[in-house]
Design a protein around this ligand. Structure first.
Ligand code: ATP
Ligand code: MG
Length: 582
């Protein structure tokens, strides 16, 4: 491709509204342009990178036994009503009515395709002999995200690879799950991404039933809890800690229990301000309805209750914060003054709660708190639980090592669904004994745009993007120094056509620009191999070849230039593939 004949609108300045490096660089390198919030056009370079990522995803999904199909983005709303997801998606589900003759048809734009694919399978599959089956597609999804942001990392319209597997048994599902998990590792490694598979909250199948693939990145919107020593990694919703129940005996050095007046001060921050204390000195008491029964859930003032962990710890079906009437009933006070001393409901405490000496808590009385609250004397516990979000410095649940909190970008997700959709949409099969069973399902998503944006976010330097060969829009950029010099241009064109003939993606910067401008742009768009032709080199009979991440070019004699470039690329490809797991 000739630079002059394509569209690469590079920008010198950092666009004002782009907060993160990937967004800034994808705009500056001319990969994308915004149409409106959450909707972007992919320009030629961006599209080429996206297509390369898409092809890697496709190859690995095929190798893992997936079968590609293409389902419509337009879907009838009643499918979402049948699975209860019209309500669950809420405002995120884009839906609207259209007129057809005198009828009005209610449609949705697919945010994902569990409904459509399960409906399809319910009509086409009827026997155990037809299973297992893994269908996938690479297709545009629509989600009315509350806050589209960070360029193409979070948009209202994005390209997802979504796969769905169908099984007669949980064992068969687990086998496919493992196969796709491995395919994901290969996909992200082939794309040159640093990635971390993390345990995520699992649904009805339980156990090890869900993993998110995260790209560790400072600007990632998700938190990953990671133990470098043991390799434990989980998202914040899921992460456990290795903390244990401390002593629940009364302490010898407990200070006096006192009531203090805290008029209109019901939040942790406000109490801290008034009493000049730190949140760590407080015990936060929240009234929950656990399977409908009130329960006082306690964590240290600076910690957060994790409702998923709470639900698991108590083996509960439903967990929700209590209404004000219930709070008034069990504490005798309005919201904000609950505490363990004298409360009229069971106490459920996190492991760290009894460790707070002379704690400050609500007094179960309007406008009052207690100070000097201590375990064993002022409130009793039979045990404690791991029911708060993990924090940096917690012991790892694997018995050794310490947990760290890192930011991450979720690029993929694998999930053992179970029978939620097959039951709702009547996708059943006849087993060997001719008995009807709901099909057991798994689902597996990858954000293809996030592969590209994740690379931009994590692979760049001060001068611009640094693409891995596997996803680079072009592998080689040729920079002739004087386009009006016939010898320079004849050498350039020879190299250009020979590389193209050998199947190399090559971009020729044929613009009438100074060398400095061309080099800056080549660095900004991040093409892996730069070949400079002209100037002194032409007279010496050499070209200068440089990887994007190297500072010094190597000089290569003209006659061997093309084979040398091909050799360099082959070696680099081998190096990139050496990081790909089996
Ligand atoms: P998030 O938590 O980031 O909103 P999600 O968990 O809702 O994502 P899934 O439903 O698991 O997303 O979708 C599968 C994949 O699609 C995600 O792992 C992510 O890579 C990608 N994805 C999801 N939402 C968006 C979006 N708004 N823009 C771009 N990619 C997205
Ligand atoms: Mg997800």
């Amino acid at each position: 491709m000739l630079w002059s004949q394509t569209l690469i609108p590079t920008m010198k300045d950092v666009p004002a509204d782009a907060e993160v490096p990937s967004h800034q660089l994808m705009l500056r390198a001319g990969l994308i342009r915004q149409l409106m919030a959450g909707a972007y056009t992919y320009l030629p370079l961006g599209l080429r990178a996206l297509k390369k990522a898409e092809q890697i995803v496709r190859e690995e999904m095929d190798a893992a036994g997936g079968v590609e199909i293409l389902m419509p983005a337009l879907q009838p709303i009643d499918l979402f009503e049948r699975t209860g997801r019209r309500e669950a998606f809420g405002n995120v589900l884009m839906n609207f009515q259209v007129k057809r003759g005198d009828r009005s048809v209610h449609l949705a734009l697919g945010p994902t395709h569990e409904e459509v694919v399960t409906d399809l399978v319910s009509r086409q599959i009827s026997s155990y002999r037809q299973l297992p089956l893994t269908l996938y597609q690479i297709q545009t999804k629509f989600r009315n995200e509350e806050r589209p942001r960070f360029g193409v990392l979070r948009t209202s319209e994005f390209l997802m690879k979504d796969a769905y597997s169908f099984h007669t048994s949980v064992e068969s599902l687990s086998e496919t799950y493992q196969r796709i998990y491995r395919a994901y590792c290969r996909i992200f490694a082939r794309c040159g991404l640093k990635y971390l598979p993390v345990e995520a909250e699992s649904g009805p199948i339980g156990g090890d039933a869900s993993h998110e693939f995260m790209i560790p990145a400072d600007n990632g919107e998700d938190f990953v809890v990671h133990c470098p020593q043991t390799g434990y990694a989980a998202n914040l919703e899921r992460a456990e800690t290795g903390r244990k129940t401390p002593s629940l005996e009364p302490r010898g050095d407990a200070g006096p229990l006192q009531e203090v007046s805290t008029p209109d001060v019901g939040s942790i921050d406000a109490v801290c301000k008034l009493l000049k204390c730190e949140p760590q000195q407080m015990i936060k008491t929240l009234i929950y309805l656990v399977d409908g029964k009130p329960c006082a859930v306690m964590v240290r003032g600076d910690h957060e209750v994790n409702e998923n962990k709470l639900r698991r710890a108590l083996n509960a079906g439903s967990i929700e914060l209590a209404d004000t009437a219930t709070i008034l009933k069990v504490t005798g006070a309005p919201v904000g003054f609950a505490g363990p001393v004298g409360i009229q409901c069971p106490l459920v405490a996190d492991h760290d709660v009894p460790l707070v000496k002379d704690a400050i808590t609500g007094a179960n009385k309007e406008d009052a708190h207690l100070t000097g609250v201590n375990i064993g004397r002022d409130y009793q516990l039979e045990t404690t639980y791991d029911i708060r979000n993990a924090v940096a410095g917690d012991p790892s649940p694997r018995g050794e090592g310490t947990l760290e909190l890192v930011h991450g970008i979720e690029v993929g997700h694998v999930f053992k669904l179970g029978t939620k959709y097959s039951v709702a949409l009547d996708a059943v099969f006849d087993d060997e004994k001719d008995a009807r069973q709901p099909i057991i399902m798994g689902c597996y998503g990858i954000g293809v745009n996030r592969i590209v944006a994740g690379l931009a976010e994590t692979c760049h330097d001060a001068n611009g993007l640094v693409w891995p060969l596997a996803v680079a829009p072009y592998s080689v950029i040729l920079c002739p120094l004087q386009i009006d010099d016939s010898q320079t241009m004849s050498v350039t064109n020879t190299i250009y056509t020979q590389l193209q003939a050998q199947g190399v993606d090559v971009l020729l910067d044929d613009r009438d620009q100074r060398a400095g401008v061309k080099f800056k742009d080549a660095d900004l768009i991040g093409i892996p191999l730069r070949v400079v032709i002209g100037g002194k080199g032409i007279k010496e009979g050499i070209v200068e070849v440089k990887w994007r991440w190297e500072s010094e070019p190597r000089k290569i004699a003209l006659p061997t230039a093309v084979p040398a470039i091909i050799d360099l690329m082959t070696a680099r490809r081998t190096e990139e593939m050496s990081h790909v797991p089996e």
